[in-house]
Design a protein around this ligand. Sequence first.
Ligand SMILES: Cc1cc2nc3c(=O)[nH]c(=O)nc-3n(C[C@H](O)[C@H](O)[C@H](O)COP(=O)(O)OP(=O)(O)OC[C@H]3O[C@@H](n4cnc5c(N)ncnc54)[C@H](O)[C@@H]3O)c2cc1C
Length: 453
Amino acid sequence: MNLPACTDTEVLIIGAGPAGSATAIALRQAGVDVTLADRHDFPRDKACGDALMPDTLRALECLGLGDRVLEPALLAESMRVHAPDGTAVDVPGNFACLPRRKLDQSLLEAARDAGVRFLPRHRVRGPIQSGDHVGGARFSVAGVASPQCVGARLTVLATGAAVEPLQAFQLLLRRTPSALALRAYYKVPHSIARTHRHLKLSYDAAICPGYGWSFPGPDNVFNIGVGIFSQGAGRSAIPNLRGVWDTFIRSFPPAREIVSRGRPLAPPRGAPLRCNLEGAQLHRPGLLVVGEAAGTTFPFSGEGIGKAMESGLSAAQAIIKALRDDGSRTDTAGTRYEADFRALHAARYRGYRRAQSWLAWPAMCNLIARRAGPGSFASQRLEDMIQERGDPGDLFSIPGLCRTFLESRPPVPPDADRAPASETGPPPRSAIFPQRWGFCDSRRDLPVFDGVS
Ligand SMILES: Cc1cc2nc3c(=O)[nH]c(=O)nc-3n(C[C@H](O)[C@H](O)[C@H](O)COP(=O)(O)OP(=O)(O)OC[C@H]3O[C@@H](n4cnc5c(N)ncnc54)[C@H](O)[C@@H]3O)c2cc1C
């Protein structure tokens, strides 16, 4: 019989995506001993749209990693949201695009530089348990015959949308994912890339109530994809995702131009999403669940990198408090983490869910978009929603609808997508990212960590 080889650590984190790496970095910055394990070696690919929304940029800034991680990213100063009939609403803000292969590798490197121990090719098999308390995990390791185990005072599960780890740790409440999404990369000539400056999110009628996107990345490479929700909006069965992608390309002119003029870089790749803080428990004794494993991805838009990182920051804060301030009573960490994270974000998830349910009425979405020109009530509320300054319910509600009609402005003309001939590319970095945002200390909802300058 092969006996497991065991090591010990203060905190074990399983899964080295944005949620796991953010948790690991924040804990190390506070001096905690951390081991991070993943079933893959890095760099590794991950099916994603690669759009970094304002919450992701803030989380990076709070970890002191904004410049380092975003150095190779393509920066943008607005996102264009298309209603089912194609009407466009421009949402100003700070956005970036960076392939996940690079983003996740960069975060992992930052974790290792901070002193986190990384265990690649470690596939988690289940918890080490003492009664109901999780005290680490068991792994199988590619190329190693005997099982491995890591004992820990606290364990963090950050394994994304995979169902098996949630099941193995007895946390799973629902198998079915909230959505499925598929993306493909296309490289286009620079002359084409420079005319598609915006990140474009589309609720095109042909795939309604799903969504599609065309996001410009570094090196004239575009990420084009579609997502289909598996619940809400009256949808009972998920259609063939590749067929939905083909329909979107035929129907959405910007994506059609990129695909017809570009060169595919790899076969399209799909993955499930777990949204809306549903589908799994967020903790059990000795164990905290962060990121998509906890359903932190937003419905309606499918963005999840930022909230995955923020859930990691909240978990790290609760763990530090438990280890340092509560006389090492680790049982307080999970309840504090869930209470803090829900208090900060539950209203946002409700708002995004409501926005998703409105997609069942495409004509209504079109009417809103046609009254959401620059400076209108609807465009400002959409900006607030994406910047997380307000409650999305302010727009997606009956009073919001009334104000949309009372305070309307004409929408962006359809041809405004074209950049002027003189424009050579995205705006300069200094125009988008001021020297220091100060979000970490000014925003109540993101923790401040020791060691962040
Ligand atoms: C097609 C698509 C497009 C998307 N587009 C966007 C977008 O543009 N912007 C955005 O913000 N969000 C987007 N999302 C959502 C985003 O990808 C997720 O919210 C985000 O990846 C969640 O991060 P995470 O760290 O929780 O999980 P992940 O990034 O999935 O990381 C989980 C890690 O756990 C590891 N792991 C899994 N199982 C095991 C195991 N058994 N043992 C050990 N390790 C394991 C994996 O190898 C992985 O490294 C998209 C999702 C999809 C599917």
